[in-house]
Design a protein around this ligand. Structure first.
Ligand code: DP6
Length: 324
């Protein structure tokens, strides 16, 4: 018997100040706060149907039936939600994204944000944005930030209760664009969950975390005052700090490809020549170039002309996760 069904649409987010390392891996309590922008043009649409005639959960992702760790992670997250509601009916989860999954585009953020909002509604519950963000966090840390709209800060907190994300400015506050230069869209080798576990093995992680509060305050200010020069310096510094930790973890993780460095250098040169753009890189080789919207077409054109760049995706700031 089909209990009910609901569909949610979510956007991934690009972190300006990044999440890397947990104080509690099971609860996904981050070692530092983070700030991000939701990406309007990139979407994940997830439908959840609880159906007592199913023998177990079924998860279809972009038309491919999932098994193994991918299905387990989704089932575990649904178990949390089923546990809150006090039932154990299996679900059919149907999820479609319009961007490459698993290439440092924070696909798990939109995936777990949409799954959380759809499943909570399907289970017949109403939750505040804060509680949805807390719950989404349990599936994937960065998913906490895809629940509220626009520019978002994840308050790290010290327990499950106080670790959630809030909007610090609506999407229309500052029309920035993320131009994502795809240099490889194959599935990444070291997932971010593994990276978070390894972060504590780097001697640089404690310094990165110790300075995070300062970077967060400056970044929040840069967004509030629309200060692109300050934002540029901060996002490049913060991205470099994450990758410095990754390079020096044990075992070390190298997310960059030679082309990643070529792009980083090009972006710095363009900025020096007056184009308002700056890079940031997640747990993959692709380069996110954040620019003022007036510079979108020139940045997109220049990125596309660099050998090895297979595609350039662009997105402005987007809303939060919504039911449709
Ligand atoms: C580099 O949220 O993907 O994108 O909680 O294990 O799912 P899990 O990790 P995830 O980590 C994101 C890492 C990052 C930086 C960021 O988005 O803040």
């Amino acid at each position: 018997m089909i209990f009910s069904t609901a569909t949610a649409v979510s956007h991934p987010n690009i972190a300006f100040i990044k999440y890397w390392g947990n104080t509690d891996d099971a609860l996904r309590l981050p070692q530092n706060g983070s700030i991000s922008m939701n990406l309007a043009e990139l979407t994940t649409r997830t439908m959840v149907t609880f159906d007592s005639s199913l023998p177990r959960d079924i998860f279809d992702l972009n038309g491919v039936r999932q098994s193994g760790p991918s299905l387990e992670r989704v089932s575990q997250h649904l178990n949390l939600i089923r546990g809150i509601r006090g039932f154990s009916v299996p679900a059919h989860i149907l999820s479609e994204s319009n961007f490459p999954v698993g290439a440092g585009l924070a696909s798990s953020a939109a995936a777990f944000a949409a799954l959380t909002v759809a499943a909570v509604r399907t289970a017949g519950m109403e939750m505040s944005e804060k509680d949805l963000s807390r719950l989404a966090r349990r599936g994937s840390g960065s998913a906490a930030r895809s629940i509220p709209p626009g520019y978002v800060e994840w308050l790290p907190g010290s327990s499950d209760i106080d670790s959630y994300a809030v909007s610090i400015a609506p999407p229309e506050h500052w029309p920035l664009t993320d131009c994502i230069a795809i240099v490889e869209d194959a599935h990444k080798k070291t997932g971010s969950s593994e990276g978070h576990l390894l972060a504590r093995t780097s001697p640089l992680q404690s310094a990165r975390v110790a300075d995070a509060g300062r970077r967060i305050d400056l970044c929040r200010n840069a967004i509030q005052k629309k200060d692109f020069d300050l934002l540029s310096q901060l996002i490049e510094l913060d991205s470099n700090l994450l990758h410095a930790v990754a390079f020096t973890s044990n075992p070390p993780i190298t997310y960059w490809l030679p082309q990643t460095l070529v792009l980083m250098q090009a972006v710095k040169d363009w900025r020096r020549a007056g184009i308002p753009c700056a890079f940031t890189i997640d747990a993959g080789p692709n380069v996110h170039v954040i620019c003022e919207s007036s510079a979108t077409s020139i940045v997109k054109e220049r990125l596309g002309a660099i050998p090895g760049v297979s595609e350039v995706l662009t997105s402005g700031a987007g809303g939060g996760t919504v039911l449709i």
